[in-house]
Design a protein around this ligand. Structure first.
Ligand code: AMP
Ligand code: GLY
Length: 415
């Protein structure tokens, strides 16, 4: 079958790389793709999702796979489905689980799914009163999509009130902050839980751990993610079962009741406090860089798994008994500012490692760093130590001006 992957990051490259291994995948297309996806297939530029759907019709695309949240919340799935095309991802209505934090919190509350104590509001006095009932640290979240920047962990009530006021006035996040969530601070460790869903049922993927802060020891500003590994030994069998029963199953049942059955990847951002899973957030797509470490762990035909999920007949998934570690290499000014592009040099790609390319462009066969997160160096091994070693060996072989990466990816698993 011919497959179209929508997006341009390391996540979409990783999905493409994995799909290339399937015998039944004929042609791969990316839209818009990046400078390296050209090597895996063909990059397509379309004016909008209607034009892209027309392209899919004309080019015999059996399945489209959506990477980023923006495309989902813009309704790409609805547009493709109207034209009778198969597409893996949630509709605009189901993508509300990610695109509106107030919707998500109300949904969790309505369906009895455990989450931090919260208030949804667009009124400063209400926000202020609720903040007074919480502990010293308070979390303030803008309702809408803010590219991962709409969450403030305020260290005092004064700071929380200021953040709430800035959001509600539209100063900090425009319309995305006109509704906010005020939330109690949860102190635990975070896990990324992924389920492939067909609307009614689901299969779980290995539990991953992301590293959101820029610097070692989880210091510095938040980023899109500086590295990931899976499966995490912090996720016991019992914990996984609890998340499946107490979070994923009731979410799918709840979304059916909302007339917005959830098809696609449900990515549950969890905080584990005293061994109890709390939902921090839902994302409605693969995480990036989590996807880059999950793809090498899936056995069998990924195209069939995604096709069956997209068409409502979920099949079983087989997972490899491996561990994957991914180290993000980012550009000099990430996450603050853009960086001029520079040439990427790769000495060697040792066995058991590979690169998932993200912010790269290509000219005359030469790859340039051209974005924030440039690539993910992925190592796969029989255990965490081996995977970690391979990922960092690969990092040593990659060079571009001003490159930076964390040296402690997977530290929680290596302890
Ligand atoms: P979110 O986009 O809601 O996942 O928030 C981004 C990050 O903020 C999360 O990955 C956590 O590190 C942190 N965070 C969000 N909500 C809370 C909370 N209630 N307690 C502690 N940390 C939180
Ligand atoms: N790595 C976190 C995310 O993709 O949202």
């Amino acid at each position: 079958m011919n497959i179209l992957i929508i997006g341009s990051g390391g996540r979409e490259y990783a999905i493409g790389l994995r799909l290339k291994q399937d015998k039944n995948v004929k042609k791969l297309y990316f839209s818009p793709g990046n400078g390296a996806t050209k090597e895996l297939g063909t990059n397509i530029i379309a004016k909008d999702y209607y034009e892209l759907a027309d392209f899919a019709k004309k080019n015999d695309i059996a399945l489209s796979v959506v990477g980023p949240e923006n495309a989902l919340s813009a309704g790409v799935v609805d547009i493709f489905k109207e034209k009778g095309l198969n597409i893996f991802g949630p509709t605009k209505a189901a993508a509300m689980l990610e695109s509106s934090k107030t919707y998500m919190k109300d949904f969790l509350h309505k369906n009895g799914i455990r989450t931090a104590r919260f208030l949804n509001t667009n009124n400063f006095d209400e926000a202020s009163k609720f903040i007074n009932t919480l502990g010293q640290i308070v979390v303030v979240k803008a309702d809408g999509l803010c590219a991962g920047k709409g969450v403030i962990i305020a260290q005092s009530h004064d700071e929380a009130k200021k953040a709430a006021l800035d959001m509600l006035s539209g100063d900090s996040f425009g319309d995305a902050g006109k509704s906010i969530v005020i939330e109690e601070f949860l102190d635990g460790f975070e896990l990324s839980f992924f389920a492939i869903c067909d609307g009614k049922s689901f299969v779980s993927l290995p539990v991953a751990q992301d590293h959101k802060r820029l610097l070692d020891n989880d210091e510095g500003p938040n980023t899109g993610g500086m590295g990931a590994y899976a499966p995490s030994p912090l996720a016991s069998k019992e914990l996984i079962k609890r998340v499946e029963q107490e979070v994923v199953a009731p979410t799918l049942a709840g979304m059916q009741k909302e007339n917005a059955p959830f098809c696609g990847v449900l990515f549950v951002g969890l905080m584990i406090v005293n061994n109890i899973p709390y939902v921090l957030e839902f994302n409605v797509r693969f995480g990036d860089p989590e996807c880059e470490v999950l793809m090498p762990l899936i056995d069998g035909n990924l195209s069939e798994i995604l096709y069956d999920a997209a068409t409502g007949k979920l099949i079983d998934i087989t997972l490899k008994d491996d561990v994957a570690v991914g180290v993000v290499m980012a550009s000099k000014n990430y996450p603050y500012d853009s960086t001029p592009k520079t040439k990427i040099t790769i000495k060697d790609i040792p066995d058991g490692s590979h690169i998932a390319y993200a912010g790269v462009s290509e000219e005359n066969g030469v790859l340039y760093s051209d974005g924030g997160r440039i690539l993910v160096a992925v190592g796969v091994g029989k255990d965490i130590k081996e995977a970690h070693k391979k990922a960092y060996e690969l990092v040593q072989n990659i060079d571009f001006d001003g490159s930076k990466f964390r040296k402690d990816i997977a530290y929680q698993a290596l302890k």
